[in-house]
Design a protein. Sequence first.
Length: 146
Amino acid sequence: MKFSFDAPTNYEFTGPIFRGKKVTKRVLTGLENVLAAYTQLSKGHARNTDNNPVNYRVDDVYVVGSGARENKVDSDLDLMLVTPKLDLSTCKSLQTMLALIFFVDREKIQAIDPYIRKQDEFPERESVKITDQVLKLLQRYNNQLV
């Protein structure tokens, strides 16, 4: 199964994830599309479950997986959104829906693998916290939740 979503920007999936320690346009365009879908899905989920939309706020964003370990150009983009006020089942539900949009049936380099977590469940694994570099983008989409 695959969902379609009208993304706000064109995902520029070519090139590396980082240049030095700075995120590239690949991360910015991919993250914007994921945040847009996440926000849209979260508002509907909150409404249908009588949950406060503010609980869906994303506090931190990480690049994880091979992009964090090796900055591989031919890898998918693994993003972890940290949402400390969400319960585990809501995190898994939203993560599944995002995977159906951005990961399923996509070529490896075009895929984005989104993770929704209350906290980093695997702190021993390589990750790069990019929150400070994407703060304006994060604030824009968090503001749509209220």
